[in-house]
Design a protein around this ligand. Structure first.
Ligand SMILES: Cc1cc2nc3c(=O)[nH]c(=O)nc-3n(C[C@H](O)[C@H](O)[C@H](O)COP(=O)(O)OP(=O)(O)OC[C@H]3O[C@@H](n4cnc5c(N)ncnc54)[C@H](O)[C@@H]3O)c2cc1C
Length: 415
């Protein structure tokens, strides 16, 4: 690993940094606002896209820049440094877009990809259901084809991030219950504004409502909106899930709080503690600091591998697993030390030290409250451990009682 920018990377960093500085007000830098205000967030992403800083690694024919993972990482680092809020279409860029690129028709690519990168359309990922999260292949939402070739969708999805703002989603359905559960699935692009789709926001413990229940009541999808072959949905979904783990865990960016900012905010508090507690808190902070840096540098190693042309394997799961644990340790420590100020005081993204309240800024406590969700989204920590155990360490696989059974038999057995 080499941490220094090459001359080309340094030039790219300087260009990105200058652009972000020149446009900091339009981009909402340091306002501390993290809510997903639809119009402002879409405008922010369009401005960044038009400047060439969204979809940096996407192929040019897909509307991207055809750049390197390192160039994308530099954009991400510079955005974090300038405190620019994240992109609204994170799920579109990280998960849905790569799935359309990998499995969509030319017509779908032409219609969707550039608009997705500009946030002209916002996308969501409709996979999880009330009875199928970790065991995703057990999903029940049915797609049945009529004589004209159109598909009729009936069922329910849940935890769908951004569905309340989304224009489109990638939707995993069951098209054949009479084969093994992984084999009878098919993926579609669905128009979230189509008749028969209803979206109900779910309130989270952060107070926000960024994910939703989505109901499909005989929603019609033309066959031209299929992604991949009928019955090949699992293979298509693997493209999405692989991209998801990389997006959530491996880019060398910190998950949750930035450790240097935590040090800045809580450092002064340590001296005010009784002497016998100071050493213990320093130890806790040291542990969280090391874990966070370990995660960051592991992410860099992944980036180095990517920039040399290798594809991420199951070890990408380790980044998300270690990253969410480190982030939680750090957040718990910060909130413990800040006390009431963590709840009511100015948050880490705040422009003004005196700005306060969850309406204006992400407080430390809100950041902490969002982290347990990160350890669940995109594969729970337990499931990631299974993947690492089986596919990285080569341990014996878990017993699979459903082997050889069709989905219909499984459903009848109440599995
Ligand atoms: C913030 C957030 C955003 C999300 N956004 C989306 C989205 O946009 N689209 C979408 O489709 N989904 C989304 N999800 C859903 C997410 O993918 C699921 O929550 C996740 O896959 C776990 O499924 P589950 O909630 O049904 O839990 P379950 O699968 O029911 O798991 C319950 C518990 O059992 C454990 N467990 C399950 N199976 C095993 C096993 N084999 N071995 C050991 N332990 C096991 C789990 O680790 C967990 O502790 C989101 C979730 C969160 C928290």
């Amino acid at each position: 690993m080499d941490f220094d920018d090459t001359p080309d990377e340094a030039a790219w960093r300087a260009e990105v940094r200058a652009f972000l500085a020149d446009h900091k007000d339009e981009l909402g830098a340091r306002t501390g606002r993290r809510d997903l205000d639809d119009e402002t967030s879409r405008r922010r992403q369009a401005l960044l896209y038009d400047a060439g800083y969204v979809g940096v690694t996407w192929p040019v024919e897909a509307g991207g820049r055809g750049g390197t993972p390192m160039q994308q990482a530099i954009v991400d680092q510079e955005m974090a440094r300038a405190a620019i809020p994240g992109l609204i279409n994170l799920i579109g860029i990280g998960m849905c877009g790569p799935t359309v690129i990998g499995h969509g028709s030319q017509d779908q690519k032409d219609r969707y990809l550039k608009r997705l990168l500009r946030a002209d359309d916002v996308w969501c990922q409709l996979f999880s259901e009330p009875a199928s999260g970790s065991d995703l292949a057990a999903l029940r939402t049915r797609a049945v084809q009529d004589e004209q070739g159109d598909w009729h969708i009936t069922g329910q999805k849940v935890w769908t991030t951004l569905a309340h703002l989304a224009d489109y989603g990638i939707l995993l359905t069951r098209t054949d219950p009479d084969v093994a559960k992984h084999r009878g699935l098919t993926m579609f692009v669905v128009d979230l504004k189509a008749p028969g789709v209803s979206v109900r926001p779910l309130r989270q413990m952060t107070g926000g409502a960024e994910f939703n229940e989505v109901f499909f009541d005989d929603v019609v999808i033309p066959d031209s909106e299929r992604l991949g072959e009928v019955g090949e949905g699992w293979r298509v979904a693997l493209t999405t899930l692989m991209s998801e783990r990389l997006t959530l865990g491996g880019g060398g960016g910190d998950i949750g709080m930035n450790v240097e900012r935590v040090a800045e905010h809580v450092g002064g508090r340590i001296g005010a503690l009784p002497p016998d507690r100071q050493a213990l808190v320093r130890q806790d902070f040291g542990r969280a600091y090391v874990a966070t840096l370990g995660m960051r540098y592991t992410g860099y190693r992944l980036l180095t591998a990517l920039s040399k042309g290798s594809l991420p394997g199951p070890e990408a799961s380790a980044g998300k697993l270690a990253g969410t644990r480190a982030a939680l340790e750090l957040a718990d420590l910060a909130v413990r030390l800040l006390g009431d100020d963590a709840v009511y005081g100015a948050g880490p993204d705040s422009a003004r030290p005196d700005s306060a309240g969850p309406d204006e800024t992400a407080t430390w406590q809100l950041l902490q409250a969002g982290l347990p969700g990160m350890a669940i989204a995109g594969g729970t920590n337990e499931v990631l451990r299974n993947i690492i155990g089986e596919r990285v360490l080569g341990l014996p696989p878990e017993p699979r009682a459903d082997k050889g059974m069709t989905f219909r038999e499984l459903a009848a057995a109440g599995a």
